[in-house]
Design a protein around this ligand. Structure first.
Ligand SMILES: *[C@@H]1O[C@H](CO)[C@@H](O)[C@H](O)[C@H]1NC(C)=O
Ligand SMILES: *[C@@H]1O[C@H](CO)[C@@H](O)[C@H](O)[C@H]1NC(C)=O
Ligand SMILES: *[C@@H]1O[C@H](CO)[C@@H](O)[C@H](O)[C@H]1NC(C)=O
Length: 389
């Protein structure tokens, strides 16, 4: 009898463990003044032929829009899938290579405000915009939590997929565009650089296009029903990770509506010209350093930044510390294997997510709200993991 109860107990524990290890929910952000709603849309740029589409169709850009809602104007929250089904399975196969259990990615959900008052809809167009561009090959969805956290401080955050560059772009109707074949990148330097520069230019145009769409009242109304005017697109921030970070800095050179930009851990590409706007390079401090001393393109970028500029380094980080991966690892309770450490470094995932989003928000507050933060003046006792150059 005792042993039977014991095994029943073990079985229950086992199921509890399965629930814990398979059901990851990203909580609503607790940092900001707002809760956050989100919507996704496929936007089609009638003015551009997609340079990578074999059928020469119009360029399309999938975007997720995260927008702030005052707590009292959120009528109900719900959990929504982190990624749509085909992408989730695709990411799952990728994660399996890092020892992450099958079925994990499709199980991830995020808490979101799903129903707002009409007052919230009226207020939404007053918030300033930040565009976010992902790393080379990456889906925008792997930055959902980061975007949601930034939005909670009072920003419209639009994350964008760069079609054919992202490993997969999935549309609301369930169709998808796979990324370029990896062999496209299997070439030697001069051509490789030409291809990357062309891709960078295409990405900058994607960001400019999405910003323009957000300045069109009928587009905004279709994204967020009930709105009656467009967003203010005269002044926006451009933020990005890796190649998306390079895209941010390139967008500052190209479009006067982008009034400040941050490059998180991305090598710069293309021609760098002078920038007279605030710009941030946010890289890695020791042991796996990536900064202007180790990357000549960062030094060149810094030399061209003629207004406010900073270089930050996060200690004990890795390239994918700048995204949602650390938070997902933290929430899942996965064992931290060497494969995971290669992705996100040795810093605790919850801690690094908090630090990265705190500095990103402080930078956006400076660019779009003119708010100065002591975080950029030097080392902070609150965040000793950060090196300010
Ligand atoms: C959303 O709010 C509307 C109006 O208050 C209500 O009719 C509807 O049932 C709500 N939906 C959910 C999912 O809560
Ligand atoms: C705004 O978007 C609508 C719908 O896509 C389009 O018909 C209209 O021409 C756009 N307006 C401007 C000023 O671009
Ligand atoms: C870059 O990193 C190296 C190695 O950690 C360090 O010596 C150097 O001071 C750093 N440079 C800047 C500008 O932070």
């Amino acid at each position: 009898m005792i042993s039977r109860t014991g095994s029943l107990f073990n079985v229950l524990l086992f199921f509890a463990f399965l629930l814990l290890s398979h059901g990851i929910t990203i909580p609503a952000p607790s940092n900001g003044h707002y809760t956050v709603s989100q919507t996704t849309a496929k936007l089609i740029d009638e003015s551009r032929t997609d340079p990578y589409d074999p059928n020469k169709g119009k360029r399309n850009v999938m975007t997720s829009i995260f927008y702030p809602v005052r707590h009292k104007h959120c009528e109900s929250t719900c959990e929504i899938p982190y990624a749509p089904p085909i992408t989730a399975r695709y990411l799952d196969a990728f994660a399996a290579q890092h020892g992450i259990p099958d079925g994990t990615l499709p199980s991830i959900r995020m808490e979101s405000c799903c129903n707002t008052t009409s007052q919230a809809t009226k207020e939404v167009t007053k918030f300033p915009i930040a565009i976010f561009s992902p790393g080379l090959g990456a889906t925008r969805l792997l930055y959902n939590a980061m975007a949601q956290t930034l939005a909670a401080s009072g920003y419209i955050v639009a994350t964008i997929d760069h079609t054919y560059d992202a490993m997969i772009v999935e549309y609301p109707d369930g169709t998808f565009t796979p990324g370029l074949d990896p062999s496209y990148w299997n070439i030697e330097p001069p051509e490789l650089e030409e291809r990357l520069t062309k891709l960078l230019d295409t990405r900058v145009e994607d960001g400019r296009f999405v910003l323009s769409q957000l300045g069109n009242a009928s587009v905004v109304k279709s994204l967020i029903p009930g709105t009656t005017c467009a967003f203010n697109t005269k002044r926006a921030a451009f933020l990005g990770h890796s190649f998306g970070g390079a895209t941010s800095i390139a967008a500052l050179m190209k479009d006067r509506r982008f009034v400040g930009g941050a490059n998180m851990d991305g090598t710069q590409w293309g021609t760098i010209s002078n920038i007279y706007k605030p710009a941030l390079l946010f890289g890695r401090a020791e042991p796996d350093t990536h900064n202007s001393t180790t990357d000549a393109t960062w030094q060149e970028a810094l030399d061209h930044m003629k207004a406010w500029k900073r270089e930050l380094g996060l200690r004990n980080s890795a390239h994918n510390t700048f995204g949602d991966t650390p938070l997902l690892v933290k929430l899942s309770g996965w064992e931290i294997t060497d494969a995971i450490r290669t992705l996100i470094g040795t810093l605790d995932g919850g801690r690094s997510f908090q630090i990265v989003t705190t500095y990103l928000t402080a930078f956006t507050d400076f660019v779009l709200k003119g708010r100065r933060s002591p975080l950029f003046d030097g080392e902070s006792s609150l965040y000793p993991e950060i090196v300010v150059a």
